[in-house]
Design a protein. Structure first.
Length: 284
């Protein structure tokens, strides 16, 4: 892969490789393990994504924060012992291409499917993630069916957002959507969402744009090729059980995830592809 002037490849203290972007528009880090962006900071603004202060960046373990890639299933699989949220978020991806212009930098990675356990995923397919970096961040996850039979999958771009105070944070734009929470529902979301307890809402029939109001400012979040999304905050008790997560960090984060889940799952016919897109930016 040919690098551009604003892009370098470096290693964490634990030996994990990441792509570092330091451009006139933004600073970013993208780890090859998980194909996962862990930093995106527009110039002269606050960070747009969150990573736990307790994250240790260990080989073979998912990173707590950034934007984990959940694929080819979201959540817990019906088969015991299969990895939660699929295998993409702990696999090592391959750096593919970097393109830099005055306006943006595009970094693309591919998942080496020949290394995937066929017990988990017997289908012939390709998976690519692209990060388009400017004063905003767009992530594009493309699945291609290379085989001769259809297959179905669920997925999510599990974005962690920062806030200085979760009790003074609200999510607008989910009104009218239906949601399931803790296996109950569906219910209709009538109001702007605030946070007063553990939140784990899986939305369907959701509009394409949400707004996160935080004490630091307003974050715009949009999705393409997705009619579902997930809103999550572990709150007090679950925070104590999470790995690589400080007990009080629920106060400083929330997840709003672009997804294709439940009735919004994707079925790909032979030679078709599907691209899940999320775009995030500060409104101010």
């Amino acid at each position: 892969m040919k690098l551009s002037p604003s892009v370098s490849i470096e290693q964490s203290e634990t030996g994990l490789e990441f792509i570092k972007v330091a451009s006139a528009k933004c600073d970013a880090k993208i780890f090859l393990q998980g194909g996962q962006i862990t930093q995106f900071t527009p110039k002269n603004n606050e960070p747009l994504i969150w990573v736990s202060q307790d994250e240790t960046y260990q080989e073979g373990a998912s990173i707590r924060g950034g934007i984990p890639v959940c694929w080819p299933w979201f959540g817990t699989h019906a088969n015991d012992g299969w990895p939660a949220h699929g295998f993409a978020r702990t696999s090592v991806w391959q750096a593919d291409e970097v393109h830099e212009s005055d306006e943006q930098i595009t970094v693309s990675l591919k998942l080496p499917m020949k290394l995937v356990n066929t017990t988990y995923w017997p289908h012939q397919s390709a998976l690519k993630v692209e990060f388009i970096l400017s004063d905003k961040l767009q992530v594009r996850l493309t699945t291609t069916n290379l085989g001769n039979t259809p297959f179905s999958f669920t997925q999510a771009l599990h974005t962690y957002f920062p806030t200085s105070d979760i009790t003074n944070t609200h999510v607008d734009g989910l009104q009218g959507a239906q949601y399931i929470e803790f296996s109950e529902g569906p219910f209709v979301q009538n109001d702007v969402v605030s946070f007063e307890r553990e939140t784990d809402m899986v939305y369907t029939q959701a509009s394409a744009v949400q707004i996160i109001n935080t004490p630091e400012g307003v974050i715009n979040v949009s999705r393409e090729n997705s009619n579902s999304c997930v809103l999550w905050n572990p709150w007090i008790e679950k925070s104590k059980r999470l790995s690589n997560f400080a007990d009080d960090e629920y106060k400083t984060m929330l997840c709003l995830e672009a997804a294709n889940v439940l009735t919004d799952k994707v079925t790909l016919e032979p030679k078709q592809n599907h691209t899940l897109v999320t775009t995030i930016s500060w409104a101010n």
